[in-house]
Design a protein around this ligand. Structure first.
Ligand code: GRG
Length: 295
């Protein structure tokens, strides 16, 4: 296994090179996509994909296009989330959000372009395969995993529940639906896809799915905590929006103290799920560092 920063460097060394050329009349589209990819970010999701693949004995270099594809999808979701029709945010990753630089039309197109480019990148991998039927199947499973969890029964369903939550009674069930889909699905997808590419066995896949889900829900709960108690300079975005917009968050429904203890409980559950595996240290330390994160 490599370190988090080594996986991250690998991702960043290739990320923008996977963007398609858009042609002379659409170079602004490529600039707009590259702007949001380049402004930084933790690269949590692609690192998880590479680490999961590595932990299950797979080939990290072959998994790299999948890792970059998941970062494309994550970045598109942030660009669209910042639009006035959604969360209406002027800042992202400490810089002006995409539509503040390129305008709303170009931000919509950049999001569309990144999502589609992710699908292109993933399917190109399968086309380039010269392996056996087993490897082709592994790639198809990983591709399906990513597109499904990013899709209308996954992240987009979560986002829908979130943007319509202002008009609904905030319940524990609704909060967990939003956490599971808006956030945890895009953290579970890379872990499962990485494992699938490495042809991990069913028991390992299940244990790491539990790990990733708990990590993802904990990630969202801490996001809600930081929205109240965080530092806007460190976070690089506007805070206090959940309360202002009457959003359904764990903190709003259960209170701050309960949110903190749930964050801790979920982090423990994530670590326990994978503790018996040889490379559990990387994943346990990652869960602990995410529990402590301030941005
Ligand atoms: C537009 C379909 C659609 C979905 C948007 C990701 C998302 C769904 C909305 C963004 C708002 C939000 C609070 C999402 C929860 C997940 C989350 C905390 C995303 C930010 O992820 P980080 O912290 O971001 O990994 P960086 O910038 O580090 O990559």
């Amino acid at each position: 296994m490599r370190s988090f920063d080594e996986y991250k460097e690998l991702v960043e060394s290739k990320l923008t090179s996977y963007l398609p050329e858009c042609g002379e009349y659409a170079s602004l589209l490529r600039d707009s996509m590259a702007y949001s990819l380049d402004v930084g970010g933790k690269r949590l999701r692609p690192v998880l994909l590479l680490a999961a693949c590595d932990a299950a004995g797979g080939n990290v270099e072959n998994a790299l296009p999948y890792a970059c594809a998941i970062e494309f999808i994550h970045t598109y979701s942030l660009i669209h989330d910042d639009l006035p029709a959604m969360d209406d945010d002027d800042m992202r990753r400490g810089k002006p959000s995409n539509h503040r630089v390129y305008g709303e039309a170009m931000a919509i197109l950049a999001g569309d372009g990144l999502l589609n480019s992710a699908a292109e990148l993933i399917s190109e991998q399968a086309l380039a395969l010269e392996g056996d039927a087993d490897s082709l199947f592994a790639h198809a499973r990983a591709a399906h995993e990513i597109m499904k969890r990013a899709g209308a029964s996954g992240m987009i369903a979560g986002q829908t529940a979130d943007v319509t939550s202002e008009d609904k009674e905030a319940t524990a069930d609704l909060v967990r639906f939003i956490e599971n889909h808006k956030t945890a699905d895009l953290i579970t997808a890379p872990v499962r896809a990485g494992m699938m590419l490495a042809k991990a066995d069913a028991a390992m896949l299940e244990d790491f799915t539990t790990y990733a889900n708990r990590l993802g829900v904990a990630f969202q709960i801490l996001d809600d905590i930081l929205d109240v108690e965080g530092d806007d300079k460190l976070l690089g975005k506007t805070l206090g929006k959940d309360a202002d917009q009457g959003k359904c968050s764990y903190v709003n429904v259960h209170g701050m103290e309960a949110a903190k203890s749930e964050l801790h409980r979920l982090t423990d559950e994530a670590k326990t799920a994978i503790s018996k595996y040889e490379n559990s240290k990387f994943f346990a330390e990652l869960a602990e560092s995410l529990e402590r994160r301030d941005h």
